[in-house]
Design a protein around this ligand. Structure first.
Ligand code: NAD
Length: 359
């Protein structure tokens, strides 16, 4: 057995359909009295519901959360928290809203209670990102980790099916890379494998019926596990590729993860056979890369970068950026092979051909 270091991050998790009802109790347990409720403009109604549930413990609502946390939104939200003398923030929404909460916590140390409505997993990580002048700066700080997370599957039934599938694949990418992380440990690997299994169980049910609470519960459970893995161990080639495609080519976050994941797994498969076996076992397939491709395709997700509108002519530049300042990766980063990987992801071909798979 390999030696390892395991660092537990303390967060309280309240899980279950209807668990939003415990919000006021949870705010009390944080020792807080005045919560600033955060959301995107599109989820304002949900933020109002949260504020109504909190009654006198709601200091106000800030509905200016935006993808990638622009510094201007972070400044406005921080000013609003100060003006309202908020002593905690409740972030209800996806990674963008949780990210805004983190930007407030980073500066003020205010405790954050997160109520995720997607599967991105940001609520379980001490990682923050703020975009200034078109550049996204990321960092790690224990202060930004939400202190309490309420996972209520009832709140994700409205997440459109397409976004649900890509958001779940985004979560699975954290778990898949966690299985071969340089700083992996047995506990995170257990969580990663269970997270992958929960997501692959959940997806067909969600696609069949968006309001299937059992499937939504499985997916949110998977999001918790996969997000925890992201918060605890380092990510590699797959995340570097997605940061390149999202950051420099403005491709949408969850779709990008969905398309690139099978190809990144195929690239790393020769160097990480045990991780591949665990991924394959978790999702019930012969081959990790092909299985992930099939899971996305069979549940209606995009499988080709060209379908996101990426011009083929950008692939060379994407390969150049992806191989510069690479993250640690189990297989050495080779420009020619990365360019080929991107070509396959652009065209949407299944990355693995040496095993039998379902047509
Ligand atoms: P998002 O938060 O941007 O949400 C996408 C859209 O869906 C938003 O308009 C949102 O209002 C809407 N939405 C969310 N939940 C909904 C629901 N249940 N019903 C209907 N609409 C809903 O997307 P995301 O994929 O959750 O998060 C992506 C962002 O999070 C990226 O900026 C990414 O970098 C960041 N992220 C950060 C971490 C971290 O650890 N720091 C981890 C994962 C993602």
């Amino acid at each position: 057995m390999d030696a390892f270091v395991y660092n537990a991050h303390a967060a309280r998790v309240v899980f279950g359909a209807g668990s939003l009802q415990h919000l006021e109790r949870e705010i009390g347990l944080l020792g807080a009295q005045r919560a600033l409720v955060l959301s995107t403009p599109g989820q304002r109604k949900l933020a109002e519901r949260v504020a109504a549930l909190l009654g006198a413990k709601a200091a106000g609502i800030f509905d200016g959360a935006v993808m990638h946390v622009p510094i201007e939104a972070a400044r406005q939200a921080r000013d609003e928290a100060r003006r309202l003398e908020a002593d905690c923030a409740v972030a209800i929404g996806g990674g963008s809203t949780v990210g805004l909460g983190k930007a407030i916590a980073l500066e003020s140390g205010l405790p954050i209670l997160a109520i995720p409505t997607t599967y991105a997993g940001s609520e379980m990580t001490p990682i923050y990102g703020i975009t200034e002048g078109g550049l996204k700066k990321t960092g790690k700080d224990a202060r930004v980790l939400p202190r309490t997370v309420i996972y209520d599957p009832d709140l994700s039934t409205g997440l459109p099916v397409g976004l649900s599938v890509t958001s779940a694949m985004n979560a699975m990418a954290h778990a898949a890379e966690g299985l071969y992380a340089q700083d992996s440990n047995p506990i995170m690997s257990l969580m990663a494998e269970e997270g992958l299994a929960a997501m692959s169980r959940a997806l067909p049910g969600i696609v069949r019926r968006s309001g299937d609470i059992e499937a939504r519960s499985q997916a949110l459970y998977g999001a918790w596990l996969c997000g925890t893995v992201l918060g605890n161990v380092g990510m590699a080639l797959h995340h570097k590729l997605c940061h390149t495609l999202g950051g420099s080519f403005n491709l949408p976050h969850a779709e990008c993860h969905t398309i690139v994941l099978p190809h990144a797994m195929a690239y790393n498969a020769p160097a990480a056979p045990e991780a591949m076996a665990r991924i394959a076992r978790a999702i019930g397939t012969q081959d990790a890369a092909a299985g992930l491709y099939d899971l996305a395709r069979d549940n209606g997700a995009p499988v080709a970068l060209r379908d996101l509108g990426m011009p083929e002519a950008d692939l060379d530049r994407a390969a150049d950026i992806a191989v510069s300042n690479p993250y640690w990766n189990p297989r050495p980063i080779e420009r020619t092979a990365i360019r080929a990987l991107l070509q396959n992801a652009w065209a949407g071909v299944c990355p693995v051909t040496n095993v039998s798979r379902n047509p």
